[in-house]
Ligand binder design. Structure first.
Ligand code: 5GP
Length: 207
């Protein structure tokens, strides 16, 4: 099927250091009304945390199936994060974009880099903590990970902090609702960009 670029939905990549609250901000974004956002559910080899549901929070799988998916090019991007695999199934993303939906990915920074290489027209948003201390406090208070995992995540966060300049936008997660509002404002502004709206605008003039 031939699709004009401007008829495609927007791909929004939310990324940033581990523990910055990407997941919480993303959930707040989806709780807002009046949007056309579709959340791309990732696949992971990590075990479900208490309360997490298969097919809703993640598609939980094992390493063998994940590796098979990699070989069959089933992922738009994937990364190994603290000993576990995480990836974005490509088919659903494509389907939703072609239908004109906005697709939101919430992924770590290595995956975001891969998406930028494959889909440079996506919008890349870096979620930053209000301070380094705030991030560390959050990682420590989570209580779901072992001490080793927490230390590993902190070290990783230190390296990830430095990548903010490679993103289109930086949103500080001082308050979850503020951060979600800022992301929504970015999505709306991106829509109004001439390169995205000129096709619809020209159609309007034809009427
Ligand atoms: P968690 O184990 O805390 O749910 O997620 C660990 C990290 O993996 C988080 O930074 C999260 O955003 C990221 N993540 C979740 N899904 C994906 C994915 O599909 N691809 C990549 N690259 N990272 C993901």
């Amino acid at each position: 099927m031939y699709v004009k670029l401007n008829e495609l939905g927007l791909l929004v990549v939310i990324s940033g250091p581990s523990g910055v609250g990407k997941g919480t901000v993303r959930k707040a974004l989806f709780e807002m009304t009046n949007h056309n956002l579709y959340y791309s559910i990732s696949m992971t080899t990590r075990k479900p945390r208490v309360g997490e549901k298969d097919g809703l929070d993640y598609i939980f799988t094992d390493e063998k199936a994940f590796q098979k998916g990699i070989k069959q090019n089933k992922f738009l991007e994937y990364a190994e994060f603290v000993g576990q695999y995480y990836g974005t199934p490509i088919d659903k993303v494509k389907e939703m974009l072609v239908k004109g939906n906005e697709v939101v990915l919430e992924i770590e920074v290595e995956g975001a880099k891969q998406v930028r290489e494959k889909m440079p027209k996506a919008v890349f948003i870096f979620i930053a903590p209000p301070s380094r201390k705030a991030l560390y406090d959050r990682l420590l208070s989570r209580g779901t990970e072992s001490k080793e995992t927490i230390i590993e995540r902190m070290e990783k966060a230190e390296r990830e902090f430095k990548l903010a300049h490679t993103y289109d936008y930086i949103v500080v997660n001082d308050e979850v609702s503020n951060a979600a509002n800022r992301i929504m404002a970015i999505i709306r502004a991106e829509h109004a960009k001439t390169e995205r709206s000129i096709y619809k605008y020209n159609k309007l003039l034809e009427l």
